[in-house]
Write a protein that binds this ligand. Structure first.
Ligand code: SF4
Length: 413
């Protein structure tokens, strides 16, 4: 078994843990942001509805800024205020409301899980983190801990990106913070720290601290309610020769939580020496040809063809202009020809590559893909019969396009 990490990285002094909880919760009570899911969770008397309200917010907040989520959250809760209402929604409605929020499988899985709660669990949310994670598709360890602590008072910690940053700074953890060994340590730490009488507030306070004070760049250490417990802050104050031995690195090379010997403390970075991550793989480059097919609708207004993507994979089930992934090194004239062939399969009639008008390129960065859309347009005069054997497709006006379940990338196109 691996040796336990040195105590200097842990919270092993009960008095210090108690003081940290007290200081953090007092700050949270004074400074917490007014957010719609907090109001709902605090005022909703029904435990299942309360769990649902927290669950929706936690899923939306994954990889997404609070400011972006608020609008989507309010619309979602207005449309589907209960699990039962969500269970009856169609995937198309869910995708339409989610359009623009990114990571679209989140909405789909939320709806699948709501159906499961209604049909298999009699509409009752599981009450513990263990059961939430086991029984609900799309609910991982973090979301389960958040729902269980905030809605059901279970004294269980949570670890998300904000918590990782705060804990790594509080305890000078400089080993790769995305490695399983460090993540396991952080979960253990979060479970030690969580306040037994106010676990939900404590977890939210720790995340709030990471989101508003202990931010990635230029953290506001002077205003920080837990600075007296922060080893990174003390190390910054005392520089290279700390007077207290336990804030030094444990020793070169043999501590599983210290920065690697090849990347020692950089005094110009201060507390932002922590956390550290192994370098990310650069996103994969992809090129996709896409064609905006336009026709005159029956009222004379232009209409555009959109087609539905497959029900799994990237942007599953969303609508887009007919698109075709391209090989990286294809010449422009070959791109046109491939796209023309692709369109011909849709329309069941020849499409001249020369008729495709090149409009420009649109770049969109997905989390792991650097996507370039090569955009063409084509105006159609006569009537076109689309092949019903292919994916679902429909003609839409510009307004209908914007109200459809289309991705942000397609809106850019
Ligand atoms: Fe973060 Fe600075 Fe507070 Fe430490 S003192 S927890 S680095 S904001």
């Amino acid at each position: 078994a691996p040796a336990p990490p040195p105590a200097r990285h842990l919270f092993s002094d009960p008095a210090e843990v108690e003081a940290l909880r007290r200081n953090l919760l007092a700050w949270y009570d004074r400074c917490k942001r007014d957010l719609p899911w907090r109001t709902l969770a605090a005022t909703e008397p029904d435990a299942d509805r309360q769990g649902y309200a927290v669950w929706v917010s936690e899923i939306m907040l994954q990889q997404t800024q609070v400011a972006t989520v608020i609008h989507y959250y309010n619309r979602w809760m207005q449309k589907w205020p209960t699990l039962q209402a969500l269970a009856q929604a169609s995937l198309e409605e869910v995708n339409e409301l989610w359009a623009g929020l990114g990571y679209y499988s989140r909405g789909k899985r939320l709806q699948e899980a709501a159906r499961k709660v209604v049909s298999e669990l009699a509409g009752r949310m599981p009450r513990t983190a263990e059961d939430l994670q086991k029984l609900l598709p799309g609910v991982g360890r973090y979301t389960a801990g958040a729902i269980a602590s905030i809605s059901y008072g279970q004294a269980t910690g949570v670890v998300d990106g904000n918590v990782i940053r705060v804990l790594c700074r509080l305890r000078c953890i400089g080993a790769d913070s995305s490695s399983p060994a460090v993540i396991d340590q952080l979960w253990d730490m979060a479970n030690v720290l969580v306040d037994r009488s106010r676990p939900g507030d404590f977890n939210q306070a720790l995340m709030e601290l990471g989101a508003t004070v202990c931010v990635p760049k230029s953290p506001l250490c002077r205003e920080c309610p837990v600075k007296q417990h922060c080893r990174a802050w003390r190390r910054k104050l005392f520089g290279k020769a700390p007077p207290v031995p336990d804030i030094e690195d444990c020793g070169v090379g043999d501590c599983p939580l210290c920065p690697p010997a090849t990347e020692p403390w950089d005094s110009s970075l201060g507390v932002t020496n922590f956390p550290r991550k192994a370098a990310k793989k650069p996103p994969r480059a992809m090129r996709t040809a896409t064609c905006v097919l336009e026709r005159r609708g029956c009222h004379g207004a232009p209409e555009y063809l959109i087609v539905q993507r497959p029900s799994s994979g990237l942007l599953a089930g969303l609508w887009e202009f007919p698109s075709l992934p391209l090989a990286q090194d294809l010449q422009e004239e070959n791109e046109r020809e491939e796209l023309a062939d692709h369109l011909q399969a849709w329309m069941g009639q020849p499409v001249a590559a020369k008729g495709l008008l090149f409009i420009g390129e649109v770049i969109h960065i997905f989390s792991h893909i650097h996507q370039t859309y090569v955009v063409y347009s084509l105006h159609l005069d006569g009537d076109v019969t689309l092949d019903p054997a292919l994916s679902p497709s429909r003609w839409v006006t510009e307004d209908e396009f914007h109200a459809s379940a289309v991705s942000t990338a397609m809106k850019k196109v």
